[in-house]
Design a protein around this ligand. Structure first.
Ligand code: KG4
Ligand code: ZN
Length: 333
């Protein structure tokens, strides 16, 4: 079966065609990063307008690139939350309209669940049960996946998502937007020797907090600038990144032990981070745990993951109703 996936929850307009939930026929992404850069972050209203401009040409291009005619599509899947309401409405409305026009079922996809499915696309042999760490600009979740569609969220962020903290630290270091890749690059030139926060106030839980760490960087930079002293940007990037990865590692490996899983998957934009990948890979080898993460283009937002997830959802539960509402604060249950 051919599935059309649509993703518009944040600042990437994306349309993909996926075969049987695992084979990518086309996966097109129109990034709005250049339109938001001068504002230092995503402007929701602008994002919605950009999605509206981009979505129809992208749909045509995705079908063309896949070599597929509309009549061959058997299922239309779109993200219905969590995300920015204006953007979600654009993708969701398109998917519902196509479902009616093409007379095929429609299925709504949870964006966070979609990120997990990037791993099933990249590694077709992968099967639950597994533990998944989803770290993106909007989410930081440690999830136990018992089987397809069955999740237990063990921990989540109490304040900033990991990617959000990366973006804010990048901004104060003058690295521009989006900040994660820039911090990642700069960190390679620095020493991770600056202690930014003394204690882990959520120790013993599976929850995360990155706002204290981010604020420590921001305050330190402002203090140095006020005193006219140089800012050790590379050392700060390395120290910040190192501490984020250490926290993610500590929670995740403790959960791997507690839930006795032998399979760990990473997903979301921050899973593209080179230090995170290297340290998780090393620890997985040491423990004999199977570690999976998607290639870089499937880590960040894309529609192939939405199509893959939609396929498994539809097989398990059938189609979603056409009056399914956009859910900006949708949670994974
Ligand atoms: O998954 P994603 O594309 O969108 C959301 O669902 O949020 O993630 C985007 C986030 C941004 O915050 C970006 O700075 C971060 O992922 N990111 C990275 C890296 N590449 C992207 N963070 C750290 N290191 C990277 N290499
Ligand atoms: Zn995402």
């Amino acid at each position: 079966m051919l599935i059309l996936g649509v993703e518009t929850s944040c600042d990437e307009t994306a349309v993909a065609v996926v075969e049987d939930g695992c084979k990518i026929r086309s996966n097109l992404i129109m990034s709005q990063v250049d339109r938001h850069r001068r504002f230092g972050g995503v402007v929701p209203e602008l994002a919605a307008r950009c999605h509206l401009e981009a979505i129809t040409p992208l749909l045509e291009a995705a079908l063309r690139e896949a070599g597929v005619r509309p009549q061959e599509i058997g299922l239309v899947a779109a993200t219905y939350g969590p995300g920015l309401i204006g953007g979600l409405l654009v993708g969701l409305s398109l998917a519902k309209a196509l479902s009616l026009a093409w007379n095929v079922p429609f299925v709504g996809v949870n964006h966070v669940e979609g990120h997990i499915y990037a791993n099933f696309l990249a590694h077709p042999g992968l099967t639950p049960p597994l533990l998944c760490l989803t770290v993106s600009g909007g989410h930081t979740n440690l999830i136990y996946m018992a089987e397809h569609g069955v999740y237990q969220v063990l921990g989540e962020t109490r304040d900033d998502a990991a990617g959000e903290a990366f973006d804010k630290v990048a901004r104060v270091l003058g690295l521009g937007y989006p900040g994660g890749p820039a911090v990642d690059r700069l960190a390679r030139e620095g020493k991770p020797e600056i202690t930014l926060v003394q204690q882990d106030r959520l120790a013993g839980t599976y929850d995360f907090s990155f706002s204290g760490l981010k604020t420590a960087v921001v305050n330190l930079v402002h203090r140095l600038e006020q005193k006219g002293e140089p800012v050790p940007a590379a050392d700060l990037a390395a120290s910040f990144q190192g501490q984020v990865v250490s926290t993610l590692m500590e929670r995740t490996w403790r959960a791997v032990e507690a839930y006795q899983v032998n399979t760990l998957a990473l997903s979301g934009g921050v899973a593209a981070n080179s230090e995170l990948r290297a340290r998780f890979t090393e620890e997985a080898a040491r423990r004999g745990v199977n570690l999976y993460y998607p290639p870089l283009d499937l880590c960040t937002d894309n529609a192939a993951m939405v199509a893959a997830c939609g396929y498994f959802r539809w097989r398990k539960e059938g189609p979603s109703p056409l009056d399914l509402a956009a859910a900006p604060r949708l949670r994974l249950t």
